[in-house]
Ligand binder design. Structure first.
Ligand code: TRP
Length: 502
C-alpha cells in the first residue's frame, strides 16, 4: 500500500512549502524591481495562468494518476521517456546539494545575530568570516569550517524532516509553512513603519508600463513562475503520487499557486521597505544596493538589521527572526527535492525507503562538499545558473510534448476534471501543448544568445564547462542510463523476494 498524506491540508501545505522558498524571498522582489516594478505583476500573472498553473496541475495529476514518481510515471506514458524523469530527479539532487549549503549559512547568521558578528560590515563578514572566499573558482583552498559544519546541520535537518516520508513531512510542514509567513508579516509591520519605507515601496511598485513591451521582461516572468512553483524537477509529481484517487487536484493547484504568488509579493514588501530605510539612513540609492540574489539576504539585509533603532537586543531579535524565516522558507523546498529523488528510486527499485533516504542524504552531502570550499560560492553560482536554466527549459519542453501530445492533454484533463471542483476547459490543452513549450522555447533562445554574447558572471570558459555543461551532461547521461536498469518489479526472482518483504 502506497503512503498517503495525512490529510488534504497537509498535502497543500507540503506543496506550498516546496514552492515557497528562497526564490520568493529574494528572486521575486529583485525580478520585479528590474523588470518594470509594479507593472511586472501583469506578465507575472499572465505567466502564472498560462503556464505555471497548467504545469503544476499537470504534474500533480500525473503523479496521482500513475501513483509513482516522475521516472516511473513518464515510463508508463512511454517507456523511452523514463529517462526524462530520471534527468529531472538528478537535477533535484544537484539542487539539493547546494540548497542545503545556503540553508547552512542561515544557521551561521542566526548565531551571528546574537553575537553581532557582522557589526564590522556585513559584506566583510559574509565573504571573509563565513565563506572565506578565494580569488576564483580555480582556487579551491580547502574547506571553510563554519560553512562545512552548518551544512552538515542542514543535511541532518533535511534527513530528520523526511525520515518517515510523508508522515514526518506532514508534521513538519505545519510549522515550516506557517512560521515564515508569520515572521514575514511581523518583519513587514516593523519595516513599513520605518522612515524611508514608503520611498522603498515606490521603487518596488512604481509601474513602468513600457517594460511590458520588452520580451526580456516576459521571459523573466515565465522563468520566475517556473522556478517558484518548483515544477519540472520531479518534486510535484512525487508529491502528487501520495494523493488518494478522489482528491480535488484542480482546486488544490489554485490554492498552492496563489499562495506562492502572494508570499512572493509579501516578501517584496518586506525587502523594499527595508531597502527604503537603508536608503534613508545611509544615503545610498537603492539602485546601487544589492537587491537580488544571495547578496540581498546575506549582505544587504544584515546591514539593514544592524542599523535598526532600538539597540543590540532588538537587532538580535530581528536578525534571528529574519534568518529563522529564511531557514524555514528553504528547508521544506530542500526536503521536497530529496523526497523527489527518494520517491523516484524507491518506486523503481523497491529499495528500503529509510536506507535509500540515508544514502541520498550522504551522497548529497558528499556532492555538496565542493560548495563549502573557499571557492564554493563561485561553483554554487555556476551550477545554480545552469541547472535552473538549461535543465529546466529542456525538461519543460520535453515534458509538455510528452504529456500534451504523446499521452494526450485531453485524457489528463478529463482525468483531473472528474474529481476537481474547478473544471478546466479546452484552453488548458492549448496551454500545455502550445503556450508553455513556446514560452520555454522563447526563454531558451534568449538564454543561448545571452550566453554566446558573454560568459555568465564573467567566469572563465573552462569553469563554465566544468560546473555548467559537465554537470548538465552528467545529469543527462546518468539519467538516461538509469532508464536501462531493470526495475525491481520486472525481475521475477525478485518479485518473490518482495512477497517475503510484504
Ligand atoms: N521554488 C523554490 C524557491 O522558490 C526553488 C525551487 C526551484 C525548487 N525548483 C525547485 C524547490 C524544485 C524544490 C523543487 O525557492
Amino acid at each position: 500500500m502506497r503512503d498517503r498524506w495525512g490529510s488534504r491540508t497537509i498535502f497543500i501545505l507540503a506543496a506550498i512549502g516546496s514552492a515557497v522558498g528562497l526564490g520568493n524571498a529574494w528572486r521575486f522582489p529583485g525580478m520585479a524591481y528590474q523588470n518594470g516594478g509594479g507593472a511586472f505583476l501583469i506578465p507575472y500573472f499572465v505567466a502564472l495562468i498560462t503556464a505555471g498553473i497548467p504545469l503544476l496541475l499537470m504534474e500533480i495529476s500525473i503523479g496521482k494518476k500513475f501513483q509513482a514518481g516522475a521516472p516511473t510515471a513518464f515510463g508508463r506514458i512511454h517507456r523511452r521517456f523514463e529517462g526524462l524523469g530520471w534527468w529531472a530527479v538528478l537535477t533535484s539532487f544537484v539542487i539539493a546539494a547546494y540548497y542545503t549549503v545556503i540553508l547552512g549559512w542561515s544557521f551561521n547568521y542566526m548565531w551571528a545575530s546574537i553575537t553581532q558578528a557582522w557589526s564590522g560590515g556585513a559584506a566583510d563578514y559574509f565573504q571573509k568570516s563565513i565563506l572565506q572566499i578565494s580569488d576564483g573558482p580555480g582556487d579551491i583552498g580547502g574547506f571553510s569550517l563554519p560553512v562545512l559544519v552548518t551544512m552538515v546541520l542542514a543535511w541532518i535537518s533535511v534527513w530528520w524532516c523526511v525520515r518517515n516520508g510523508v508522515h514526518s513531512v506532514g508534521k513538519v510542514v505545519k510549522w515550516t509553512v506557517t512560521l515564515p509567513v508569520v515572521l514575514m508579516i511581523f518583519l513587514g509591520i516593523r519595516t513599513i513603519t520605518l522612515p524611508g519605507a514608503i520611498e522603498g515601496l515606490n521603487y518596488y511598485l512604481k509601474p513602468d508600463f513600457n517594460a511590458l513591451l520588452d520580451v526580456k521582461v516576459w521571459a523573466a516572468a515565465y522563468g520566475q513562475v517556473f522556478f517558484s512553483l518548483s515544477v519540472l524537477f520531479s518534486v510535484m509529481i512525487a508529491y502528487g503520487s501520495f494523493l488518494p484517487e478522489d482528491s480535488d487536484t484542480t482546486t488544490d493547484t489554485m490554492i498552492i499557486a496563489f499562495a506562492d504568488a502572494g508570499i512572493s509579493f509579501l516578501a517584496g514588501l518586506v525587502v523594499f521597505t527595508t531597502l527604503g530605510y537603508m536608503m534613508h539612513t545611509s544615503g545610498v540609492a537603492i539602485a546601487d544596493m544589492s537587491i537580488s540574489g544571495l547578496g540581498l539576504a546575506f549582505v544587504t539585509y544584515p546591514e539593514a538589521i544592524s542599523q535598526l533603532p532600538g539597540g543590540h537586543i532588538i537587532q538580535a531579535i530581528f536578525g534571528l527572526m529574519f534568518f529563522l524565516m529564511l531557514f524555514t522558507l528553504g528547508i521544506d523546498s530542500a526536503f521536497s527535492l530529496v523526497e523527489g529523488v527518494v520517491t523516484g528510486l524507491v518506486d523503481k527499485f523497491r529499495w528500503n525507503r529509510s536506507w535509500t533516504l540515508l544514502a541520498v542524504c550522504v551522497a548529497g552531502f558528499l556532492g555538496g562538499l565542493i560548495f563549502v570550499t573557499k571557492a564554493g560560492l563561485y561553483w554554487l553560482d555556476i551550477v545554480d545558473y545552469f541547472t535552473n536554466n538549461f535543465n529546466l527549459i529542456v525538461i519543460g519542453i520535453i515534458e509538455c510534448l510528452l504529456v500534451g501530445w504523446i499521452y494526450g492533454s485531453e485524457k489528463i484533463r478529463t482525468y483531473f476534471n472528474e474529481t476537481g471542483t474547478i473544471k478546466f476547459g479546452k484552453w488548458w490543452d492549448a496551454m500545455i501543448r502550445f503556450v508553455t513549450p513556446l514560452a520555454l522555447l522563447g526563454i531558451s533562445i534568449m538564454w543561448i544568445i545571452q550566453n554566446i554574447k558573454e560568459n555568465y558572471g564573467g567566469y572563465e570558459t573552462k569553469y563554465l564547462i566544468l560546473g555548467g555543461w559537465l554537470v548538465v551532461a552528467i545529469t543527462i547521461i546518468i539519467g538516461f542510463g538509469l532508464m536501462f536498469l531493470r526495475s525491481r518489479e520486472a525481475a521475477p526472482e525478485q518479485i518473490t523476494e518482495m512477497g517475503v518483504d510484504a
